[in-house]
Design a protein around this ligand. Structure first.
Ligand SMILES: Cc1cc2nc3c(=O)[nH]c(=O)nc-3n(C[C@H](O)[C@H](O)[C@H](O)COP(=O)(O)OP(=O)(O)OC[C@H]3O[C@@H](n4cnc5c(N)ncnc54)[C@H](O)[C@@H]3O)c2cc1C
Length: 258
């Protein structure tokens, strides 16, 4: 299998750095091919701007979406964007590894998403009509591929439990799981989360690696999160609201999971 690891941490000797090395080694030892996008090491340009296209659509006005569409369609994207897209197309599974910073991914990784997820590649894909609102949320360019988040958090596990002060981890990660991964088509696996990082020591590190190894060994058999498919009949179109008889007792994020 082919695995792409998109990784964001500025310090190679960090906990994340060790876990990245473990992950690469473990997957390679099992015979898998691995590519790594180490965003800090690559000095990845995080800000989406007019320089992302080799030739602008309209030099007097930068439109982030339309310029992206024009560049993608005409082979005018900057080389770093096109290379990352080719890695995504190559991979069977993509792991996004990062420390939880302000309840989300580090800015450098968010910038990777904003720039690599071009119009025509990750969004604006497929037909829009009365029964099919584009290829997205389980359909699209990356359909058939799997994705998993590997996240470290300073907060304790109970802080992220159903009634914990930080909010449930499934809710915090929902915008990434659903809006960034499921949107362009990925099947999204449950995340691998390490809590209370300041307490990690050689003993707990060994346990973490054992559990992580098990997750890596089962990347291809783990059941994905059961997000509802946009065009699968659960939603009205074009309102894209759940039909009244679908999980009527639920609202918010939970309603979009079967
Ligand atoms: C800007 C910012 C925002 C943040 N926002 C949040 C937030 O919203 N929610 C939240 O919960 N947390 C938050 N944090 C905390 C953050 O999530 C943690 O600091 C981070 O996940 C720790 O990962 P690390 O790789 O940097 O760990 P490190 O600091 O490198 O290491 C953590 C511990 O692991 C040990 N360790 C490292 N490598 C090994 C090894 N190989 N073997 C054994 N032990 C090892 C270290 O000794 C250390 O004690 C934030 C931190 C920052 C800087």
């Amino acid at each position: 299998m082919k695995v792409l690891l998109v990784y964001a941490h500025p310090e190679p000797k960090s906990l994340n750095g060790s876990l990245k090395n473990f992950t690469i080694q473990h997957l390679q030892n099992a015979g898998h091919e691995v590519q790594v996008s180490d965003l800090y090491a690559m000095n990845w340009k995080a800000a989406l701007d007019a320089n992302d296209s080799k030739s602008r659509l309209d030099k007097t006005y930068f439109d982030a979406s339309l310029d992206s569409q024009h560049a993608f369609k005409n082979g005018l994207q900057s080389d770093d964007i096109a290379l990352e897209q080719s890695k995504l197309l190559w991979a069977d599974t993509v792991i996004f590894q990062f420390p939880l910073w302000w309840f989300s991914m580090p800015a450098i990784m968010k910038g990777w998403v904003e720039r690599v997820y071009a119009y025509g590649f990750a969004y604006g894909v497929g037909e829009h009509n009365d029964s099919h609102w584009g290829d997205r949320y389980g359909e699209g360019t990356l359909a058939g591929k799997r994705a998993m988040l590997m996240v470290t958090a300073g907060g304790w596990q109970p802080h992220y439990s159903a009634r914990g002060i930080n909010g449930p981890i499934d809710d915090i990660l929902f915008p990434i799981h659903h809006g960034i991964l499921h949107y362009p088509g990925f099947d999204v696996l449950p995340p691998f989360v390490i809590y209370h990082t300041s307490k990690v020591n050689p003993d707990s590190y060994a346990t973490i690696c054992e559990k992580l190894g098990q997750r890596l060994d089962t990347l291809w058999s783990t059941t994905p999160i059961a997000f509802r498919q946009q065009n699968g009949g659960d939603y009205t179109i074009p309102d894209l609201t759940l039909k009244p008889d679908i999980a009527p007792e639920l609202t918010g994020f939970a309603a979009h999971i079967k």
